[in-house]
Design a binder for this molecule. Structure first.
Ligand code: GLA
Length: 719
């Protein structure tokens, strides 16, 4: 709900479980409040602070911009904290003074060419500066089922000369106190999204990506949580970007005790010049709130993704259970090897075979073929048809791997169009994994990709596509761009990417698309608007997956991160874990297998059918349940997830012991979130406990009997 009280010039935005309030003082749009629901007719302007009031008493009619909580901080009129917006006039002027100029309420607001949250009502507040010749429309979307607000900004050059945008973040959130820790998610290939918690210091702390991708190194998410906040208690604020290219989030503990959170397009090596009348849209940023600690904040993001971002046709529908041949064969396959995997999948509950990298062009290793989306006839002389027919004969669907944005210099595409690869004049383009990136800011390059990929999808019965992207962009430059806009390349790449998604993914509504980027290096809310799920990480070791899936769940629901069982010793880190544990951990997301089924020992093969039946019975918990992180593998010797059905009729608890220690303490793992008054039967043991007991003491576990990486899985049903 969006209300405007004209008398006090106050806007009140109400989402379920959160209120966001702002007011206009002397033309300045000030932030008043974001948090738990409150009585909005109470006068929040009384909290503006002594410092602001005393400044204004000395200089009547002047808002002290450094003392207030600001909705759209800009530079030049006394706010010395990090600005959200920075402009340059033609003579190099940097001063900007944005004042309230009006507002409107719109329905079904969407961003042009970029993904955004689906909400019903959006407030658009216009701020303008006639001297600088700029107006900024701030958008705020509310949700009636999630404690979150989605924000973005549209910048218009209202002057007569050129206006250079040198920073255009999506949103700013000023909090009146600094009692917070900052949580961010750092990582690397095979180690994505590791949570890092530090006190908010005085000064600016930032995380970013300069890779033209959201990246594995840092994820476009940050949380400010009360210093003593736990998984279950304390105020927690989160910011996540609906964006998949270079980004930045910064957090500033200011001298007056306030905290400012900012984020959006990375302003590093960025600028965009607007001619008179031209506009520029920022991507969207989402702020979520919970007074139930970090876990509550994560559940807010999970609901937001499932209800307002993920493609509705797939968001909560059962997922394919795949077997993927990558770790089984890598590039080395022929019909025989693939058929043996497909044949072994019959009757196991696996329903989709995915043919990974190596099926196209002259692709026998990573040195050739990317860009040539025609079948590698040396390897597969009769094309894909025999594989697809084999799948169908065994009751399986067929999936295929693509890496549409890339090209190997050793490819027909590159030989025909060497200028289509991104490069900077005068420099030999850097190879990474022996490939280059196509300049998808150019319409003709996109047209080619769309027709090449769509042709394969049209000519073959393909039910599933894995869309990969295995390198970062370097030497940012495009001939196609206007000379003044060369510094907008990273953003133009995102717009090109989203255009590809619309023309390939949305044009093939019957095909299920999974995202991937060297594992989970492009895992963000922008991608999740197109891909119901993303390959979480190339690290398939169950031990590492406990850490990766734990960190990923800070912002992203289990339904969005695919998890596969693979062989041991694990190909990435050499670790051996029990087969049952690999399966338990892979059941905490859309599940599948990444191995040669035909080579599995019979006792493991025999378990697969049962595992998949078990997964299907409670898949709704993965797709739409509430997640409680009940044991933190970064803080202790166990990993624990509890998934609870929204109606609290059932739950699934998974605990993994990490390294065994003799005589170690048995951890107490309370299981919150169930109906305290209801009794629950444990399927595995027959024991019955009430929700309040489970919330206080958890379940009895045979902790001492558990060895390295053993898992305990308990399914609870309300009786
Ligand atoms: C990336 C993906 C893997 C696999 C390979 C193929 O690394 O994350 O799952 O598809 O590419 O080259």
């Amino acid at each position: 709900m969006i209300c405007f009280d004209e008398k006090s010039a106050t806007f009140t935005l109400t989402s379920k479980g959160a209120v966001y309030s702002m007011g206009v003082t002397d033309g300045v749009l000030e932030h008043r409040y974001f948090g738990a629901p409150i009585h909005c007719d109470d006068d929040l302007s009384l909290f503006r602070g002594e410092a602001a009031a005393s400044f204004e008493a000395r200089l009547p009619g002047t808002v002290s911009q450094n003392q207030i909580l600001s909705e759209a901080p800009a530079y030049g009129r006394g706010d010395f904290r990090e600005p959200m917006l920075v402009f340059r006039g033609e003579a190099g002027e940097t001063t900007v003074d944005l004042k309230y100029a009006g507002h409107r309420i719109v329905s079904d607001h969407e961003l042009d060419g970029m993904p955004s949250c689906r909400g019903k009502e959006t407030l658009a507040v216009t701020l303008s500066d006639p001297v600088r010749g700029v107006s900024v429309e701030l958008f705020y979307t509310v949700f009636d089922d999630v404690p979150a607000i989605a924000r973005s900004a549209r910048i218009t050059n209202t002057g007569e000369g050129k206006l250079k945008i040198v920073r255009a973040y999506s949103a700013a959130l000023d909090l009146p106190d600094n009692g917070y820790d900052l949580i961010t998610l750092y990582g690397a290939w095979t180690r994505e999204r590791m949570p890092e918690r530090t006190p908010v210091r005085h000064g600016v702390t930032s995380v970013d990506a300069k890779r033209v991708s959201s990246s594995a190194a840092q994820n476009p998410f940050a949380a400010l949580v009360e210093k003593n906040a736990t998984e279950t208690a304390g105020r927690a604020y989160g910011m996540a970007l609906v964006y998949s290219s270079s980004w930045k989030i910064s957090c500033e503990g200011a001298q007056n005790g306030t905290v400012r959170l900012l984020g959006g397009i990375n302003d590093f090596a960025f600028s965009k010049t607007l001619a008179p009348g031209e506009t520029f849209d920022t991507p969207e940023a989402v702020f979520a709130f919970s007074s139930d600690g970090i876990g509550g904040l994560s559940r807010a993001f999970h609901d937001l993704v499932r209800e307002h971002i993920a493609p509705p046709a797939f968001a909560k529908t059962p997922r394919p259970i795949v077997v993927n041949n990558w770790e089984a064969t890598y590039f080395d396959f022929d019909y025989g090897r693939l058929f043996s995997i497909i044949d072994a999948a019959e009757g196991t509950g696996i329903d989709t075979f995915v043919l990974d990298d190596g099926w196209f062009g002259a692709r026998n290793d990573d040195s050739a073929g990317l860009g040539d989306w025609t079948v590698n006839l040396n390897k597969l002389p009769e094309g894909l048809t025999p594989i697809i027919e084999r799948c169908h004969a065994r009751g399986l669907k067929f999936g295929l791997w693509f890496e549409p944005e890339m090209v190997n210099p050793n490819s027909d595409l590159y030989r025909a169009h060497p200028d289509w690869a991104i490069s900077c004049p005068g420099y030999e383009p850097l190879l990474s994994r022996r490939q280059l990136v196509l300049d998808i800011t150019r319409p003709e390059v996109r047209d080619h990709i769309v027709s090449a990929v769509n042709r394969v999808l049209k000519e073959n019965a393909i039910d599933y596509v894995k869309w990969d992207s295995n390198r970062n962009v370097t030497e940012l430059f495009s001939d196609a761009a206007d000379e003044n806009d060369r510094e907008c390349f990273a953003h133009e790449y995102a717009l090109g990417l989203y255009d590809l998604f619309r023309r390939i993914i949305f044009a093939n509504p019957g095909v299920f698309f999974e995202g991937c980027s060297g594992g989970g290096a492009r895992f963000d809310l922008g991608m999740l608007a197109y891909f119901p799920q993303i390959w979480t990480s190339d690290d398939t070791d169950a031990g590492m997956r406990c850490l990766i899936q734990y960190g990923t769940s800070y912002a992203y629901p289990p339904s969005t991160g695919s998890c596969h069982v693979s062989v041991c010793p694990n190909h990435q880190n050499g670790r051996t874990t029990p087969f049952a544990t690999r399966c338990a951990v892979a059941h905490l997301g859309p599940t599948g297998y990444e191995l040669d089924l035909s080579k599995l020992p019979p006792e493991e093969r025999a378990q697969i059918r049962e595992q998949n039946e078990r997964y299907r019975r409670d898949e709704d918990l993965v797709l739409s349940g509430d997640l409680y992180r009940v044991a933190d593998p970064f803080a202790g010797n166990a990993f624990g997830f509890l998934l609870v059905a929204k109606d609290k009729t059932k739950a699934a608890f998974t605990l993994v012991k990490l390294l065994n220690e003799t005589n170690s303490e048995r951890p107490v793992v309370p299981l919150p979130g169930l109906d305290p008054a209801a009794a629950y039967r444990v399927e595995e043991t027959g024991a019955v406990f009430h929700g309040d007991t489970l919330a206080a003491v958890g379940l009895p576990l045979e902790w001492k009997k558990m060895r390295d990486f053993d898992a305990a899985v308990c399914h609870l049903t309300r009786v």
